[in-house]
Write a protein that binds this ligand. Structure first.
Ligand code: FES
Length: 505
């Protein structure tokens, strides 16, 4: 068994470690390398429980690594509720866990799990209110049990500066489709403002080593290389302003878009808005699906290819979509032993997905027609029970220290629906509906002609599809604002036609 989880050698990536630093976690010193996140450094040092759930204080481990869940909230340098999976480690940082006593590993409040049968959903709303004099005593107790963190040690060093701007085109999200929209729009001469939640452009694709076809005529390229090249082009544009580490979080009266960034609060009045906010990977439904050691496919890519850390030594991959096979291949490349790929689809589909990603055979045994029944373990995963989809089959136990779930995704399009309150609900899997926007062929949202939706935020799963959508939306937005003439019009029509072909392929 390999105890050191740091990847030193990789068949695709050039591994380069930053300067060695250290920080304090709950009073002990933890080693990190510059460029790593706090979560990754803690994981490499053996930490598996990062927080506790509100109610039963169940252990919570790294799950999404993308700032989308609440599993990794910690206090960093006196600031509560920092998502340490997105927080870079720095020399001398003080990191403290929250909402667990006496420790994250052994939390006394977790004993409530043993009496969970007494505490039904909604229980807290109609208990503890009588006698009235006792209410405030219960209030303190419940606050301590369920609250997350305590107030920050000090006020922010500088007040937030309020700024206003009226850019011609605002693109929200700097992943593949957003960058494609920026490049297309900016090349017509339009003035573009790009809002990106993370410190680096590229979105999830920057951690993905799988190959993609960006053009029907070209041979496949690696996703992270494609997006890195696009990000460099966007950074070099004179007519594109980029707000990094910034979140567009709401629409206000008179169609003002609110954006919060480091020390800044922006009130934007865009001429056109392109929503390229990506998607959320969600958990699969099976017993014990919240155990530490269970990751989404995207989380593993960030951990292995962003922080150069393996999640463990023995992994099971649960695949509802082909992306699970790409994740399995990447686990093998990172030196993880893939014990099995569990996929409820039929044998032919599973074999063809495995062959397409080069993971068939001894690399990763296939369990086609099987589904996850439950995860085994108390503080972290030790294995899974799987069972055949068809009734009457035998349940199997598979030991592992990592479980990768690659299932359906939900478009991250809240901003779009805050403005339009419209969309279509689509059944993505047997457990999950997602809400997708209704768009015209030029990617314009049906109920708001100044907004466009592209990429995964629009329900797209394919890369070529997302790139073309970005291109169509960027050109359409620019044409709306009288940038470009018949040439750009022609380019847009051509891209719309290509999009139809990709859709049909
Ligand atoms: S937000 Fe950090 S693991 Fe999900």
């Amino acid at each position: 068994m390999k105890n050191n989880l740091r990847i030193t050698d990789h068949p695709i990536l050039d591994i380069q470690k930053g300067r060695r630093i250290s920080f304090q976690f709950n009073g002990r010193s933890v080693t990190a390398y510059e460029g790593e996140t706090i979560a990754a450094a803690l994981y490499a040092s053996g930490v598996r429980i990062f927080s506790r759930s509100f109610k039963y204080h169940r252990p919570r481990g790294l799950f999404c690594m993308a700032g989308h869940c609440s599993n990794c909230l910690m206090r960093v340098d006196g600031v509560p509720n920092v998502r340490v999976c997105r927080e870079p480690a720095h020399q001398g940082a003080e990191v403290v866990s929250q909402n667990a006593w006496p420790s994250l590993t052994f939390d006394l409040a977790a004993l409530t799990g043993y009496v969970s049968f007494l505490v039904r959903p909604g229980f807290q709303y109609h208990r503890f209110i009588r006698p009235r004099w006792a209410y405030h005593i219960w209030e303190k107790f419940l606050r301590r049990m369920a609250g997350i963190g305590t107030l920050a040690d000090s006020k922010p060093a500088a007040p937030t500066i309020r700024k206003t701007a009226s850019p011609e085109i605002v693109v929200i999200g700097g992943g593949l489709s957003g960058l494609s929209a920026v490049l297309s729009a900016a090349r017509t001469g339009a003035e573009v403002l790009l809002v990106e939640r993370e410190a680096v452009l590229g979105g999830r694709a920057q951690y993905d080593t799988s190959k993609i076809k960006v053009n029907l005529e070209n041979s496949p390229l690696r996703r992270f290389e494609v997006v890195r090249d696009m990000a460099e082009q966007v950074e070099a544009l004179d007519n594109c302003r980029i707000l990094k580490n910034s979140t567009a979080f709401a629409w206000y009266d008179e169609d003002i878009l609110a954006v919060s960034g480091p020390g800044e609060f922006w009130e934007l009045k865009p001429g056109r808005t392109i929503i390229a906010t990506g998607c959320y990977e969600h958990p699969m439904i099976f017993g014990n699906n919240d155990l530490p050691g269970i990751f989404t496919a995207g989380a593993l890519q960030r951990l292995m290819h962003g922080d150069n850390i393996r999640p463990g030594n023995r992994a099971v991959v649960a695949a509802q979509v082909d992306e699970g096979y790409a994740a399995a291949k990447q686990l093998v490349e990172a030196g993880v032993n893939v014990i099995g790929i569990v996929d409820s689809r039929n044998k032919e589909t599973v074999l063809s997905a495995a062959n397409a990603h080069g993971v068939a055979g001894a690399d990763a045994p296939l369990f086609s027609g099987y589904t996850l029944k439950s995860a085994i373990g108390r503080r972290s995963i030790r294995g899974v029970y799987i069972e055949p989809v068809k009734a009457g089959g035998k349940k199997l136990k598979v030991s592992c220290d990592t479980l990768c779930v690659a299932g359906a995704k939900t478009p991250a399009n809240e901003l779009l629906f805050q403005r339009t309150c419209e969309g279509t609900y689509v059944l993505e899997s047997e457990h999950q509906f997602t809400r997708k926007p209704n768009v015209l062929p030029d990617m314009r949202v049906v109920s708001a002609d100044d907004m466009f939706a592209v990429g995964a935020a629009c329900g797209s799963q394919g890369t070529e599809h997302a790139l073309l959508q970005g291109k169509v939306a960027g050109l359409s937005a620019a044409l709306d604002l009288a940038h470009g003439g018949s040439e750009i019009e022609q380019a847009r029509e051509q891209a719309v036609e290509q999009l139809k072909d990709v859709r049909g392929s």
